[in-house]
Design a binder for this molecule. Sequence first.
Ligand code: PHE
Length: 345
Amino acid sequence: MLQDQITQYTQEINAFSTENAEELEQFRIRFLGTKGIIKDIFDEFKAVSPEEKRTLGKVLNEFKQLAEAKYLSLKANEPVTGDQKTAGMDLTLPGNGIELGARHPLALVRREIVDIFNKLGFIVAEGPEIEDDWHNFSALNFPEEHPARDMQDTFFIRKGGESGDIALRTHTSSVQVRMMEAGKPPFRALMPGRVYRNEAISARAHCFFHQVEGLYVDENVSFADLKQTLFYFVQELYGEGTKVRFRPSYFPFTEPSAEMDISCTICKGAGCQLCKYSGWVEILGCGMVDPNVLENCGIDSKKYSGFAFGMGIERIANLKFEIRDLRLFSENDARFLKQFKTSLI
Ligand code: PHE
């Protein structure tokens, strides 16, 4: 009699399957609950004859194990519900914060520079870091064997054992050439990028750094346009009231050429260590594009004129963040980099 019941329930258990948590719970209560079938059967078992107990005891135990195994295996497959996920957790505890990375200070400053010139209609252009002599030097009016080539401590690249005319670009002015060769005026572009010079690494010099080049070519572009553009840039970048001054200089690719200083951003002109007590710091080189350069790029220098400028991003960043050692920019020390969290994502 009991044996028949067990056979019937065994079939039922074997046939049972569910992915539903409620149905599974009903199954547990029905078979394994404190008032469940197994409990009943065990109660009845107490009343059977001792001979029957021996065989039936084994059957009963197997039956109980079957029900438990079924329950556990279905439980393991059951999709976790929201309630169970949070059960036993203290939801008022603060979570594990997700630490956001920080942008590299040079990327932040580059973006700031680009944003300011964007407002004036300058687009962004790029060129290769491995350059040929023409784009880095010759087209820019550096005569062959001219000592100005040595000014820039070039890293040459050997081609098949011979050092040819391929080099790591020493300045972003090479991108000016590529741009003018490839298009027609007017040009109004900003050209950020990495440049390389063979210099001993120290707090003040590195074998690579970053520049932003600017180029504006159109009819009737004058030195006054250059001054006004750079003046606007400085007010935007360092705040209104920052003074600028231009000193005559020399670059083979601009004529006339100038270097631009701004009133020291740290001491506001009063004199400090950063500006070597002069009140001024140099931030860029600039000038009117030399007509030879325009002609080298296929542009009619009688019709068009232009200005160009180039600045080191590290220098601009140093003045913004008061960083005294250039090496910090490329050492990837998270303690340094983490300090430049900004809302600029
Ligand atoms: N290419 C110059 C340098 O690397 C900077 C410069 C750019 C000067 C454009 C004038 C015009 O020093």
